[in-house]
Design a binder for this molecule. Structure first.
Ligand SMILES: [Cu+2]
Length: 269
């Protein structure tokens, strides 16, 4: 809760990290569950005390027999029944609607013009037993994914061999990595530092070593790294022109084009 206040100046107000959403869900369910529990247990104890056997016996009390439904003795019992069913229904339906709305947000991520422009999409590929990343400018890294703080990062996750599952517990991010398919997820890391990536699908003998790291950097620091890494890519991947004239690398062209398009939005902030 405090975190989200402190971060309000960095990202549009309706952008919330998945971790914040899940923390809120947990908090709301904890509070509502506790309140309902306290009311139910207190009311039960109160009635147990009020109707205790004090040796004086209430002769007019016509206790229901086994298999017989209580009819309501001193009136008002059926309205209590309706009240308790009604309240339960209201609480349960409200929770369902509320969590469904939040889970839709978790599925799709922040939307709107700002989110469409200010994001960076990283392709993630799981291969026995490493994680590889490809940035919009063509930079490819293995193991460590560098991202700027407070930025919307969209991930397109796939696999190069068997089923894997890309998960970052501290960012509450987890999605399948399946050959021939892309699973989409996203995250916003609001603090610099390092977050551990693990594989959550038993994928072979090296499964437990299939870890990686997300390094969250300050924007300027990231830009510096990104640009220098991008410059290397262009140099390295441009093949020496051959006499045949087919040497213009499509890799570097694609890299430059899509990279500047993506990064333009990010840099414009
Ligand atoms: Cu794996």
């Amino acid at each position: 809760m405090l975190d989200s206040l402190a971060l309000a100046h960095q990202v549009p107000e309706d952008w919330r990290a998945q971790a914040e959403v899940f923390n809120e869900l947990f908090f709301v369910f904890l509070v509502v569950g506790t309140l309902v529990g306290v009311v139910v247990v207190s009311y039960t104890l109160y009635n147990a005390y009020k109707n205790r056997d004090d040796g004086q016996g209430r002769e007019e009390f016509d206790a229901p027999q086994l298999g017989e439904l209580p009819t309501g003795q001193e009136g008002g019992k059926s309205s209590k029944l309706f009240l308790s069913f009604g309240l339960s229904a209201i609480i349960v339906i409200s929770l369902v609607v509320y969590s469904y709305g939040l889970l839709l947000y978790v599925e799709q991520g922040p939307s709107g013009d700002v989110a469409d422009e200010q994001n960076m999409e990283v392709d993630v590929t799981g291969i026995q037993f490493i994680w590889q990343y490809e940035y919009p400018n063509g930079v490819e890294t293995t193991g460590t994914m560098r991202v700027p703080r407070g930025e919307l990062i969209r991930l397109a996750v796939t696999s190069g061999d068997v089923w894997h599952n890309f998960g970052v517990p501290d960012l509450r991010v987890k999605t399948d990595a399946i050959p021939g398919e892309y699973s989409h997820t996203w995250f916003i890391a609001n603090e610099t530092g390092s977050y551990t990536i693990k594989c959550y699908e038993l994928c072979g003998s090296g499964h437990s070593d299939m870890t990686g790291e997300i390094v969250v950097m300050e924007q300027e620091e990231f830009d510096e790294w990104y640009e220098s890494a991008g410059a290397n890519v262009t140099e390295e991947s441009t093949p020496t022109p051959t006499p045949g004239g087919h040497g213009e690398a499509s890799v570097s062209t694609v890299g430059d084009g899509s990279a500047s398009a993506h990064r333009a939005g990010v840099a414009a902030r």
